[in-house]
Design a protein. Structure first.
Length: 429
């Protein structure tokens, strides 16, 4: 639900954040007094599922702080960057804020978030947070945000078509391409095999990670692009080859997974589609005709093992200018508690970010979340630098690379340019 909208805030963030570096010299201050009110900003549109969970979180919070009211403000994702920039510049921000997990270090790098390291260490449930997800909210050894919910992408497929056309669940890249071609051929061209949109860094990254590659790595204090490694080239060749070999339609060149592929899969025009379990409500809004026949499997790798997946979701943070940071963290930990995080994640087809909760049998039995829970056990994120937003959402380095190769450009030249751009951008001050 929200992960689909995170792209909008990321793109906007890339445009204007570097101009706002205000707040970098401010010191964390906490009055220590019991505030009359806390303000919490949550991203997206108001909805009854979230309202219900937040009402319970407020009740839990007020058992400890009965005199403090909580004002919940919903901020549309497209408006989030300007709203947060204004808060950073004016000092008139929230006490607690939801942030896309790929944006946590960007805002932390702008001194917008409070250091909550000690609070997290003293939080009884904090010890069970998924380490890989918690890491996305940490910068230079300090914690600035904690995971609220997350999800990973899997390959959605039409179970009825697989059965009808004699296709087995693919585990390797070769098997995936064969499955796509078989469906396309046996359906007489009425159904495309799979979608491989070019503007889909988070989806492509799972193929990159599965091949043993990476986007970039920090070496001797500097970021070094890794898009020119043999493993990365192998992933680029395979992913773009789905289009060049005709098992994925060319009409998705230049678009993301939501701008065409999702609608086509919902309407029965695609055999396979890469996205997270959270996309089910959107699919059902488009058409519920085929949802009973939909299943999922983990994103294949060259060897058939379950590889690392790119994690998406949201973190919660205490805003740097909050006058009551310790009380704000108490509210944050009430929202992100095991009880409330699981209730919220389950309603929206995400995962709560606690290792013990991920072992719940209910996830394994779900036709979509079952494979996603397997994928969730091994996640990776983007390079941990505030410059990642500039590299991915503004310059679109990886989407541009994929688009150029899909359109017939030289793979070696495209990779060389992308890798240089990645290195330069991640190291810019």
């Amino acid at each position: 639900m929200k992960i689909a909208k995170i792209t909008a805030v990321s793109a906007a963030l890339a445009i204007g954040l570097t101009a706002c570096g205000g707040g970098g010299d401010k010191k964390d201050k906490d009055s220590g007094a019991e505030p009359a009110k806390l303000t919490a900003w949550f991203m997206g549109a108001a909805n009854k599922e979230e309202d219900g969970v937040l009402a319970q979180a407020k009740a839990d919070f007020q058992q400890k702080h009965p005199k403090t009211q909580v004002e919940v403000v919903y901020v549309p994702w497209p408006d989030a960057t300007k709203k947060l920039q204004d808060a950073l510049n004016t000092g008139q921000g929230p006490d607690v804020v939801e942030i896309g997990n790929d944006q946590a270090v960007t805002w932390a790098g702008q001194s917008a978030l409070a250091d909550i390291t000690d609070s997290v260490n003293n939080w009884s449930e904090g010890k069970d947070l998924v380490k890989g997800s918690l890491d996305l909210g940490q910068l230079d050894g300090k914690t600035y945000a904690v995971p609220w919910y997350a999800g990973v992408r899997v390959v959605w497929y039409r179970k009825d078509l697989f059965q009808k056309d004699g296709v087995q669940i693919p585990k390797t890249w070769d098997e995936l391409k064969t499955a796509a071609k078989t469906i396309q051929d046996k359906e007489g061209g009425k159904v495309d095999g799979i979608a491989a949109p070019s503007d889909f860094t988070n989806g492509f990254a799972s193929f990159l990670f599965g091949a043993g590659g990476d986007i970039a790595a920090k070496e001797n204090g500097k970021w070094v692009g890794k898009l020119d490694t043999p493993e990365a080239k192998k992933a680029v060749e395979y992913y773009t080859g789905l289009v060049k070999d005709g098992v994925a339609p060319k009409k998705y060149i230049g678009v993301n997974e939501l701008a065409g592929p999702q609608k086509d899969f919902a309407n029965g025009r695609l055999g396979m589609y890469i996205d997270g379990a959270w996309t089910l409500p959107q699919i059902e809004k488009i058409s519920a005709k085929y949802t009973k026949d939909m299943g999922a499997f983990t994103i294949p790798t060259p060897t058939g093992q379950v590889g690392p997946a790119f994690s998406g979701g949201s973190h919660l943070a205490v805003w740097r200018d909050s006058k009551a940071k310790s009380v704000a963290f108490d509210y944050l930990s009430s929202v992100a508690s095991k009880k409330n995080a699981k209730a919220f994640a389950d309603q929206l087809k995400f995962f709560p970010q606690f290792t013990d909760l991920l072992k719940d049998d209910s996830y394994a039995k779900d036709p979509i979340q079952g494979p996603a829970s397997q994928q969730m056990a091994n996640v990776k994120g983007a390079p941990k630098t505030p410059n990642w937003t500039e590299a991915d959402q503004n310059k679109k380095i990886i989407p541009t690379l994929l688009k150029e190769v899909m359109n017939g450009g030289s793979i070696d030249s495209a990779i060389a340019k992308a890798n240089k751009d990645m290195t330069d951008t991640l190291n810019q001050s």
